[in-house]
Design a protein around this ligand. Structure first.
Ligand code: PEP
Ligand code: MN
Length: 351
């Protein structure tokens, strides 16, 4: 249920209503809009009639049910788009299209440093790289674990790029939190509800990737687990779904971008690398993603894809990534948006 307050009521009245909601055994989620405050009441729907009685409390305009099953991820409580801040100053969901770039896996200090310097010089906003890798085969490279996280931290110290890295298991949470700026939940873990519930209690943004066989609604219900735990900083990511098609690794569900945008205030990224599995398709698909409203991209880049320990076939060389930034930048500007961060050499020249 949601309680809609009258426009311009004083904070004390809002606090009074919050207290009344909590006394009825519900959790109150106030959302302070420009004009008015609405308060979400989360808990057992069976007590609805008691909440309806709040309509007679002063300052309350009306009480109504939240129709969608994802109460906090949906737009009824929060119609305006959310902006998630990553690291000190990267904002996902605003007028600037954000690009997160880096290798599939952290392989060595030289590899991650070389990649970080290169993507920063091309204008990337954040560095990706897996230290814990979910691999289909137990015999494949599984990631460097804490050593990999330390290498990411070294790259961040040098380039200033915030770090996006995957959390696979609740047991690694303390460790990953020590190093990461954004915790990525991979497609294979989208419905690991105990992991999601735990991530609701952390104070860092979560990048939630869509499961390869999950619907848009299921993705939003998974996001809801994190939001309901108290962590409001959730970024969604469409990364392709499994279909009968074999020409590409997955099928980018471009429809999901506007379909999600209609249903949620959370920012939506697209991962063109896992969506296609083919580096040559990454830039064309990235242009489509930005054209249809994605808040940004997460792209795999490797200085030597032929030597990559994972996902080399879909990784862009630095030169191709630079072209991606140029080409996608044209689309962003056509929409009145900007892309990435100003190129470092330009910043330095301006000093
Ligand atoms: C990744 O980002 O490297 C990854 C494993 O992605 P996904 O979970 O989407 O397969
Ligand atoms: Mn990968």
């Amino acid at each position: 249920m949601i309680v809609v307050m009258k426009a311009g009521v004083p904070q004390e009245m809002v606090d009074e209503v919050i207290r009344a909601i909590e006394e009825l055994g519900y959790r109150a989620h106030p959302m302070y809009g420009v004009e008015r405050t609405v308060i979400g009441c989360l808990g057992d729907e069976r007590g609805k009639s008691q909440l309806m009685d709040l309509e007679s409390v002063s300052g309350v305009e009306m009480v109504m049910p939240i129709l969608s099953p994802y109460k906090l991820a949906g737009k009824q409580l929060r119609p305006e788009p959310s902006i998630v801040t990553v690291g000190p100053n990267c904002k996902i969901g605003g007028n600037n299209i954000v690009v997160i770039a880096g290798p599939c896996s952290v392989e060595s200090e030289e590899q991650i440093l070389e990649t970080a310097r290169a993507v920063a010089a091309c204008g990337a906003n954040a560095l990706r790289g897996g230290a814990f890798k979910p691999r289909s085969s137990t015999y494949s490279f599984q990631g460097l674990g804490e050593d990999g996280l330390k290498m990411l931290a070294t790259a961040r110290a040098e380039t200033g790029l915030p770090i996006v890295t995957e959390i696979m298991d609740v047991h690694d949470l303390e460790l990953v939190l020590r190093y990461a700026d954004v915790l990525q939940v991979g497609a294979r873990n989208m419905q690991n509800f105990s992991l999601l519930r735990t991530l609701g209690t952390v104070r860092k943004p979560i990048l939630l990737k869509r499961g390869m066989a999950a619907t848009v609604e299921e993705l939003l219900l998974s996001a809801e687990y994190i939001l309901a735990g108290g962590n409001q900083d959730v970024i969604l990511c469409e990364r392709g779904i499994r279909t009968f098609e074999t020409a590409t690794r997955n099928t980018l569900d471009i429809n999901a971008v506007p379909a999600l945008a209609e249903r949620t205030h959370l920012p939506i990224l697209v991962d063109p690398s896992h969506a296609t599995g083919v580096w040559r398709y990454v830039t064309p698909v990235s242009k489509a993603a930005v054209a249809c409203g994605a808040a940004g991209l997460i792209v795999e880049v490797h200085p030597h894809p032929e030597r990559a320990l994972s996902d080399g076939a879909q990784s862009l060389k630095v030169e191709s990534f630079r072209e991606l930034m140029e080409e996608v930048g044209v689309i962003a500007r056509a929409l009145g948006k900007s892309l990435g961060q100003p190129i470092r050499s330009q910043l330095e020249a301006e000093k």
